[in-house]
Design a protein around this ligand. Structure first.
Ligand code: SAM
Ligand code: SF4
Length: 328
């Protein structure tokens, strides 16, 4: 198993397959001034499979495709097919805004995808269009239904909470778990770079303590659930009598860096060592110049050099990339 210099076991690779997106969530992507990667800079399905094969050979077991919006990659089904066939890939999931799942959920499930996390910030149609700009509740909801029908379960929903946008809507989202076997997870906003997204995160941040209090005030006490694994970044609870799970992911107010098990691969082929830090190592250049054998060395170096934790409390965070360029 790959251990970093702090003896953390790093066995989970999050792979961003594109920096493009069909939405423009306020805390993630600015509306204007965007420049996307040219196609030749993206890793191909075969190159992604090369990296995953190496990752499996050193002990990685869990893989997630993300973006930008991963469903915009026209070859996403091929990527999933290639990765799911690699012996040792234990868990293969995607994080998506769900909009394209009505046409893709079945082909992705047939290609070997195990699960999806779908991003849904609120059940209020107007407020959803304000926070997930270009998104509609109807389109995302159709995606959730398609994922469930295709057996991509348990359905996990992610909501990033921003004051004045969706903080009043967390209770309705949490109430979904009363009757559905879904996981509803609330994520604290994190700052990236400079500009409108970073300003919004600074001014509109809502802590998960506040989200939890609001839910408990309106729906009753939350019972803690046992940790599924020490690397699970979500602290999980259940409402009395509910079938689903409510999770809180609190990188700002309750960092889980000490048990982080992640490495990230950006769409342009860099290992990004910690979400909230700029350190990167270029794997694409090594792969293209020296072949898959060179990937092992660079991955082991990236694991070794992974920073111990973020320094948000000191005002230090990722400057060179925004969230959509890393993948969450
Ligand atoms: N487009 C897909 C989606 O939205 O799920 C995948 C990529 S998106 C960057 C991955 C996750 O990052 C989403 O759950 C999104 O809500 C979250 N996210 C984006 N910007 C964020 C921020 N500034 N702070 C915290 N989470 C953020
Ligand atoms: Fe797109 Fe996901 Fe970022 Fe929203 S959070 S803009 S859906 S990449």
């Amino acid at each position: 198993m790959p251990l970093d210099q702090y003896q953390r076991e790093i066995n989970y690779l999050r792979i961003s397959v594109t920096d493009r997106c069909n939405l423009r969530c306020v805390y993630c992507m600015p509306i204007s001034g965007l420049q996307f990667l040219p196609a030749e800079d993206l890793l191909t399905p075969s190159e992604i499979a090369d990296v995953v094969r190496v990752a499996v050979s050193v002990g990685f077991r869990k893989f997630r495709l993300t973006g930008g919006e991963p469903t915009l990659r026209p070859d996403l089904v091929e990527i999933v097919e290639r990765l799911s066939r690699i012996p040792g890939v234990g868990d293969l999931s995607i994080t998506t805004n769900g909009v394209l799942l009505p046409q893709l959920a079945r082909p992705l499930a047939a290609a070997g995808l195990t699960r999806v996390n779908i991003h849904l910030d609120t059940l209020h149609p107007e407020r959803l269009s304000k926070i997930m700009r270009w998104g509609t509740l109807e389109a995302i909801w159709r995606g959730v239904e398609a994922a469930e029908q295709a057996g991509l379960t348990p359905i996990k929903l992610n909501s990033v909470v921003a004051r004045g946008y969706n903080d009043e809507d967390v209770t309705r989202l949490a109430a979904l778990t009363l009757e559905r076997d879904w996981h509803m997870r609330f994520i604290e906003m994190m700052p990236f770079g400079i500009g409108e997204c970073a300003t919004l995160v600074r001014d509109q941040y809502v802590s998960n303590d506040e989200v939890r209090s609001r839910i408990e005030c309106e729906l009753g006490e939350l019972d803690p659930l046992p940790e599924s694994s020490s690397a699970d970044e979500s602290k999980n609870y259940r409402l009395r009598g509910a079938t689903g799970v409510i999770g809180f992911i609190s990188p700002v107010s309750d960092p889980y860096c000490g048990s982080c098990n992640r490495m990230r691969l950006t769409a342009d082929g860099k290992f990004h060592l910690c979400l909230l830090n700029d350190d990167e190592m270029d794997v694409k250049r090594q792969l293209r110049e020296n072949g898959p054998a060179a990937v092992r060395d660079i991955l082991m170096k990236a694991v070794h050099l992974k920073p111990m934790g973020h320094r948000l409390h000191e005002g230090v965070y990722t400057q060179n990339r925004k969230m959509f360029q890393i993948g969450g």
